[in-house]
Ligand binder design. Structure first.
Ligand SMILES: Cc1cc2nc3c(=O)[nH]c(=O)nc-3n(C[C@H](O)[C@H](O)[C@H](O)COP(=O)(O)O)c2cc1C
Length: 318
């Protein structure tokens, strides 16, 4: 019985990863979770320079999920390499660095520096505004308030997606995962653009642009007005998008969106995902990824599946 999978050249002992931004830089979780059991850990998105993020409040609960507008708060790539990487290197699990920039050249520079530092894989957070049309020095990682003009995200545009992946591809021999926004009409064609540019894998989805209003003050609950919706509310939509993308590309697809249980993860795998990322669920139960791994093992044992690869994309459609 094997639950090992590969994302391009990156071998994972199991298909469960923790999603960027929901697991800190991992060290914070070491007392709570046996980190070595997780398939791979993905860092909070890193930018070239440190960023303070958006104005508070930055998190709001919703009936079946949460809204956030963190805005890429991070200490920058130098700090990551010097302060965070030494701990991550000691783990017996794969480490993936999530990166974002304002333009293709910044993604390329980040990919180069992380490659030189020995990081084997990067996840390109392509949910950043495409600065070809948006020149603000403050760069939220997700769509900003919808009243702003020209706030297009890189992965809302096929050509921009292609350009950023291609630029990063030239600068790293490591594995490249392109993380896509769901705020598009046809996510499969964006996934194909990433594949054509040389991505080893695509991960989807990031959060859905959303908002919430306090009816007493009539003010938006988030300081940034809009934010990204995650959690169980988005799972059926994310699942549909993963299914669509998996039919369009040959590279492995990573499913993300509202995964709370092993059954949720299995749905994504049956729809065509080679691996899954667990996000919002970590805030409720930091050990949830380990429980999901155990649940997947139980399922494949019960159904006498010798290799999880036989389950990937095994959806039965009459
Ligand atoms: C508080 C918070 C912070 C996040 N930060 C990042 C980030 O830095 N980079 C990124 O690519 N995605 C980020 N995400 C998106 C998640 O990685 C994930 O794609 C999304 O939440 C959907 O998965 P989920 O429903 O399991 O949470 C963040 C999500 C949350 C809730």
């Amino acid at each position: 019985m094997s639950i090992a999978v590969c994302l391009g050249g990156l071998k994972l002992k199991n298909p469960v990863l923790v999603a960027s931004g929901t697991f800190g830089y991992t060290e914070e979780f070491k007392g709570f979770v046996d980190l070595n059991k997780i398939g791979a850990v993905i860092s909070k998105t890193i930018t070239l320079e440190p960023r303070q993020g958006n104005a508070p409040p930055r998190v709001v609960e919703t009936p079946s999920g949460m809204l956030n507008s963190i805005g890429l708060e991070n200490d920058g790539v130098k700090h990551f390499i010097v302060e965070k990487l030494p701990f991550l290197r000691k783990l017996k699990t794969q480490v993936i660095a999530s990166i974002a920039g304002a333009r293709a050249a910044e993604y390329a520079e980040l990919a180069k520096r992380l490659d030189a530092a020995g990081v084997l894989a990067v996840e390109l957070n392509l949910s950043c505004p495409n600065l070809k049309s948006h020149q603000s020095p403050v760069i939220p990682w997700r769509a900003q308030a919808s009243h702003q003009k020209n706030n297009q995200l890189i992965s809302q545009d096929k050509k921009a997606t292609y350009g950023v992946v291609k630029a990063a591809r030239k600068m790293t021999k490591g594995v490249i995962i392109a993380k896509l926004t769901p705020n598009v009409t046809d996510i499969a064609e964006i996934a194909k653009a990433a594949e054509d540019a040389g991505a080893d894998s695509v991960s989807l989805v990031n959060t859905f642009l959303a908002m919430s209003i306090d009816v007493n003050s009539r003010r938006p609950k988030l300081g940034n007005i809009t934010g990204g919706l995650s959690g169980p509310a988005i799972k059926p939509i994310a699942l549909r998008m993963v299914w669509e993308a998996a039919q369009k590309v040959k590279i492995p697809v990573i499913g993300i969106g509202g995964i709370m249980t092993a059954e949720d993860a299995l749905e994504f795998i049956i729809a065509g995902a080679t691996a899954v990322e667990v996000g919002t669920a970590n805030f409720i139960n930091p050990r949830v990824s380990i429980e999901i791994i155990e649940g997947i093992k139980g399922y494949i044992r019960k159904h006498k599946i010798s290799n999880i690869k036989n389950l990937i994309g095994s959806i039965e459609i009459q």
